[in-house]
Design a protein around this ligand. Structure first.
Ligand code: GZL
Length: 354
């Protein structure tokens, strides 16, 4: 019987255990517990999400982590632009992650991917060329990181891949150069033979400055571009290509149109070494309005520079902050710019900031 009573005791114990388990595992009709649990889980996950969101997308008034992928350090203009943006980001209390691509597209793609991995709040990007960035910009969009184009534009189907473009109207800069030349040569019979130093092949400024300049001179028969080649926006390359122009065209050249001042300054050296007078024998047109151009104009070696203002760092940071405060920004915001000639150079040189 002992055995049986043991068995009986076992059954009673088992039955009590089953009752106990049944009571613990039940949800009530409304399922609120599981919902509560779920809600708690959701809340936690939402909290985590918000937490991770604030880490990755930033919020109004928060300190932002900003990744800045810059073209390089190829010209006076570029170094001034870099300084303006870096200082503006730091002065506003945000954290800067900076990458100098040394004018190589693959370095910019790598930098943007690194910013995505680091979960920055925003990316500032000046694309070395217009095309080839669609994939990496889609990756940034998929990661919920807004991209702000500074200085140069990209050529992509989907313009939701970037928030806004802040920079110059390069086509208008080219038009200004063309209009100055038409006015300057108005009493010359012609032909007026022009050599052109183009910027980086495929870059927005090179494409647009050529377009704007040709739009203005194309309607006047006396103007002809007899040679055109890239100097990649650098002084060294500008000098080298101008030497080649002089070798083949020599005193047949009346005008140099250079897509930036740095290449023009390099060309001026080549013209002097060739034995001609820059600014007199050959009219020199540059773009950027950097200090070096004002020095060349004050020395009578350059005739005009079209301003392309690099000092838009504070304006850019203001746009980024307004975006995080929920403001809808225009897709394209142009920087105000002017033009300066040889006769203004001496007086204005001391006032120039870049
Ligand atoms: C123009 C900028 C150009 C400058 C050059 O906004 O992209 O790149 O004109 C620089 O000096 O290299």
């Amino acid at each position: 019987m002992k055995k049986f009573s043991n068995v009986k005791g076992l059954f009673v114990l088992l039955f009590a255990l089953i009752l106990l388990l049944a009571a613990c595992g039940s949800t009530d009709e409304s399922g609120s517990n599981s919902d509560a649990e779920n809600n708690e889980t959701e809340e936690t996950s939402d909290e985590n999400a918000e937490q991770s969101e604030s880490e990755t997308t930033g919020e109004a008034g928060e300190k932002l982590v900003i990744g800045f992928s810059q073209v390089g350090a190829e010209s006076e203009w570029r170094t001034a632009n870099t300084k303006s943006i870096q200082n503006a980001i730091k002065d506003a209390g945000h954290e800067l992650k900076f990458s100098d691509a040394q004018q190589k597209q693959e370095n910019q793609i790598k930098a943007i991917r690194s910013f995505i991995t680091q979960k920055v709040d925003a990316i500032v990007f000046s694309p070395v060329v217009e095309t080839g960035f669609e994939t990496v910009l889609q990756e940034a969009k998929d990661a919920g990181i807004p991209v702000f184009l500074a200085d140069r534009a990209v050529d992509v189907e989907d313009d939701s891949l970037w928030v806004t473009f802040l920079g110059s109207d390069f086509v208008e800069e080219g038009r200004k150069a063309g209009r100055w030349l038409v006015e300057e040569m108005s009493d010359q019979e012609g032909p007026v033979n022009i050599v052109e130093l183009q910027g980086t092949v495929g870059s927005a400024p090179a494409i647009d400055r050529k377009e704007g300049f040709e739009e203005i001179i194309s309607g006047k028969d006396k103007f002809e571009i007899i040679k055109s080649q890239t100097g990649d926006f650098t002084r060294a390359k500008g000098k080298e290509v101008m030497e080649a122009f002089l070798k083949s065209e020599g005193e047949n050249i009346d005008v140099l149109y250079s897509h930036n001042d740095d290449m023009a300054i390099g060309a001026i050296q080549a013209i002097e070494e060739y034995g001609l007078k820059p600014g007199e024998d050959i009219k020199i047109i540059g773009v950027d309005a950097v200090k070096g151009a004002f020095e060349a104009m004050a020395a009578g070696k350059m005739n005009v520079t079209i301003e392309c203002n690099p000092l838009f760092g504070p304006q850019l940071v203001d746009l980024i902050e307004r975006h995080f405060e929920g403001e809808e920004l225009d897709k394209r915001i142009a920087v105000e710019e002017s033009m300066y000639t040889m006769d203004q150079a001496e007086e204005l040189l001391p006032t120039r900031e870049y």
